[in-house]
Design a protein around this ligand. Sequence first.
Ligand SMILES: Nc1nc2c(ncn2[C@@H]2O[C@H](COP(=O)(O)OP(=O)(O)OP(=O)(O)O)[C@@H](O)[C@H]2O)c(=O)[nH]1
Length: 310
Amino acid sequence: MSEEKAGWKDRLFGGLKKTSSKLTDNITGLVTKAKLDTEDLDEIEDALIASDLGPAMAAQIREKIAAGRFEKGIDAEGIRQIVEDEIAAVLAPVAEPLDIDAFPRPQVILVIGVNGSGKTTTIAKLAHLFLEQDYGVMLAAGDTFRAAAIGQLKVWADRIGVPIVTGPEGGDAAGVVFDAVKRATAEGIDVLIVDTAGRLQNKRELMDELAKIRRVLGRLNPEAPHDVVLVLDATTGQNALSQIEIFKEVANVTGLVMTKLDGSARGGILVAAAKQFGLPIHAIGVGETIDDLRPFNAQDLARAISGGAQ
Ligand SMILES: Nc1nc2c(ncn2[C@@H]2O[C@H](COP(=O)(O)OP(=O)(O)OP(=O)(O)O)[C@@H](O)[C@H]2O)c(=O)[nH]1
């Protein structure tokens, strides 16, 4: 295994410790009897719900455990393995890295999400990921609503060494995006990542702004934006699900990135999101450094969430 890969696995399993220990403590703590009975199954289901996997997923896992283990000797590792396999089956179809395959270039990726979700950091981490794959990357500071957002993105752009197109605070976001696409096209850039304002408080304004960005983009390239990626903060738990619902309504979300899985005992929310919406999940964030965002392997992630050995 390469050093890089081993490092990522450490961060993945380490980052998800809070989620997995909540789940495994619950499961190992309850299995005190000789045979698995209905009460144990109820407790397992409660533990799964408490980890934010969602009632549907919890019920499905409970059924699987009941089918194979009811009235049999209790084997915590066997139960954990069922949890892992069920989670992996839900995650496998949605684990989809963001591929750069747009022609003509650039591929335009709109990044949306509420303030504080980790949007800016995620843009920097994605840019870093693409740079590692030798793509030419450019950023566009389309969140013109707050000067801080423009400044923060610029700091990241300078740090990772990618060009950035900005406009004045309070300026026209679509104008910034227009300039960025023109410049990216002229410079033969492969990927243009666009930050957007996360004003969910005013759905109408957000919708209008995104629609205008789309119109402007469409004039330069009818295929753009190629991706509309919604960034979600795992620590918000069930709230992340309502954000998906709302953003699906205002923007044509094509995929998700879930951040802060390390800061939370609610990592199960990723599984709940996959089960409920079936949208591609491009990458997960398990820390604050630039390397802490990666596409994931469904089985590895399921093992990390269910508390299996690395
Ligand atoms: N632990 C952890 N922290 C993260 C992760 N991703 C982002 N953060 C942190 O979350 C905070 C908010 O991230 P930003 O990228 O500034 O979020 P934003 O959505 O752009 O927020 P605003 O700038 O407020 O709009 C920062 O302190 C990040 O370092 C992650 O995967 N894990």
